[in-house]
Each structure stands twice: as C-alpha cells, then as structure tokens.
Design a protein around this ligand. Structure first.
Ligand code: SAM
Length: 299
C-alpha cells in the first residue's frame, strides 16, 4: 500500500501530527522496555548474535520512530547493520540524529521487499502492527517477513492488546465509563475495517504456520513493574502514555469514517472530557506478548 493511500487504510494512528506520534512512540518504547525487563530481544537470541562470527544484521518492519532500533544499536558493535522500514516515513527521525549504521526506508509488510534485502538479516523484529493486520492475513505477513531472514535467522513479533480486543484482556481499576466507550469504539472500528482480532494471542501460531522452528512466546504483565524499583512513577507514566494514545486513536477512527456512537470530533471531545475526569490515578493493566521463531537452515 502506498503512503498516499494511508487515509483509506485501516491504520488509525497516522492521521494526527507526526511529531506527536513520534514522541508518543518513543515514550511508549521505554514503558515497554521496563515491562520486558530491559530485554530488547529474547536473551537466547542476543546470545546467538553475540556468538556469531559476523556483526549482526537486524531489520525492523513498521519501525515508526525507529526507537527500538536506536536503542538496540547502543547494545551492538558499530559494525552491526540496522535497517528500519515503514510504509509511512513521516515519523522517522532526521538521518543526522541516527547512528551511521541505521538506515531507514519505505516498505510495506504486505508487499515484496527489494531484492537486496532478501535473505540478508539475522533478526527481523516487528512490534505493534496489530492495527494494520487484516483478518486472515497474519500468516501472510509472517511469511513475507521471513523472506528477509538468512537461513537460521530469527523472527521476533511483539504485540499488546491495548483495549478489550485482540484476545488480551486489558482493564482499568477501578472501572471507567470513558474506557468502556474507548473499547466500544475500537471494537466497532476493528470489525468495520476487518482487523485481525486474533492478535496478539495468535502471533506464535502464525510464526509456526509459516515453517519456523524453535518457536515460543512469553507474556509480560505490565503491572509487574509496580513491584520493582520503577514502580513509584509507573501509574502516572502509564496513564499519561495511555492518554496520549487514547485521543489520536479516537480522532483517527473519526477521520477514517467513524463508527456508531463516534462519528464527529465533538463525539471524541466528549469521551476525552470524560477520560480527563475519570483517569486520575487509576491503574491500567495490560500485557505484552513476545513471540519468536527461527527460519530453518534449509526450507
Ligand atoms: C503503533 S506503531 C509502532 C511503531 C514501532 N514498531 C514501535 O513499536 O515503536 C505501528 C507502525 O506500523 C506501521 N504500519 C502499519 N501498517 C503497515 C504496513 N502495511 N506496512 C508497514 N508499516 C505499517 C505504521 O505506519 C506505524 O509506524
């Protein structure tokens, strides 16, 4: 899908300010990283990269602001080669702000990739694409990503279900009407545009279905951070990041035609005003799920 067609797409977080979305993704990365105990990749994959004789080559699909790649680069030798692709390049940071071993470019996870990328990477990472995955097409995305891997390379796929959608129960404590309205609009939108409602729970099965071996997944409960040294500010940070997600999601849904009960910006204003009253210090519970698999040495 070309960038020009994004307004007609199902992905609702590209309709607001690029800078605001870039900043939201960067803050979100650090929350995710705390939830995942600082492991940017599964530890056994980091060990495999450390043990190989050549510098790692890593590609991130749907890289957004390239924050994950930027943080991974800090942990790898300068000779490592890092590539980020996204079908919307508007949130990429300026190349001058990136280390020279990160290259960003345009790429669509449903389209064939340019031949110089094929079979070239030790790891392909993808995170939070569930709003862009269409019903019945998860395995197709996994199969396409696999073409980028060397034999023996790893596919790593991270998702969360930020609302009561996609098979993961996310809750707010105590309950909130604004939250319910958000879930309802998100659910209606997902049904309207034909999102894959089996994500994130189906991620592992998609990776297995396309022939990967040594596949597994791990769930990370967000609220576990409350009991660590990062716990003090956790509620405020998650609430503020969720609020930053809440409004652009609802406005994006309206900009893509709306759903019953949410068709105008005034409808969005009403839900936002309710959220402002309600969210305060409530605890938001969600989970991150990371699945991985290895491309067989021969296929
Ligand atoms: C929620 S953002 C996550 C960004 C980044 N992976 C992260 O975790 O910080 C989802 C990204 O998926 C991209 N995306 C959605 N559909 C896509 C597609 N068909 N091909 C490539 N990128 C896509 C969006 O442009 C957006 O940058």
């Amino acid at each position: 899908m070309a960038a020009e067609s994004i307004p007609e797409s199902m992905y609702m977080l590209n309709s607001g300010s690029s800078q605001v979305e870039h900043d939201r993704l960067n803050v979100q990365h650090h929350l995710f990283n705390d939830i995942m105990q600082g492991h940017l990749l599964p530890p056994h994959i980091i060990s495999a990269l450390d043990a190989q004789p050549t510098p790692p080559k890593i590609l991130e699909m749907a890289t957004g602001s390239a924050i994950w790649l930027t943080e991974v680069a800090k942990t790898l030798p300068a000779e490592a080669e890092l590539v980020g692709l996204d079908y919307d390049t508007s949130r990429f940071p300026p190349p001058s702000s990136l280390p020279p071993n990160i290259k960003l470019g345009k790429g669509d996870m449903y389209e064939p990739f340019s031949s110089d990328l094929l079979g070239n990477f030790d790891v392909v990472h993808v995170r939070m694409i569930l709003f862009g995955v269409k019903e019945g097409r998860g395995p197709e995305v996994a199969r396409n990503l696999l073409t980028l891997l060397k034999p023996g390379g790893y596919l790593v796929w991270v998702e969360t279900g930020p609302v009561l959608l996609h098979g993961l129960v996310t809750t707010i404590e105590p309950p909130s009407l604004a939250w319910f309205k958000f879930q309802q609009a998100s659910w209606r939108f997902a049904k309207k545009v034909g999102s894959d409602l089996n994500l994130p729970n189906a991620t592992l099965s998609y990776i297995k279905e396309v022939g990967c071996i040594e596949c597994d997944d791990k769930a990370y409960p967000g609220s576990a951070v409350l009991y660590t040294d990062k716990g003090k500010d956790w509620i405020a940070q998650t609430n503020s990041n969720f609020t930053a997600f809440f409004e652009p999601t609802l406005r994006g849904i309206v900009s893509l035609g709306g759903v019953e009960g949410l068709t105008t910006d005034a409808d969005v204003d009403e839900v936002i005003a309710l959220a402002d009253q309600e969210f305060g210090n409530r605890k938001i519970h969600y989970m991150l799920l990371r699945a991985w698999g290895k491309k067989p040495a021969t296929s």
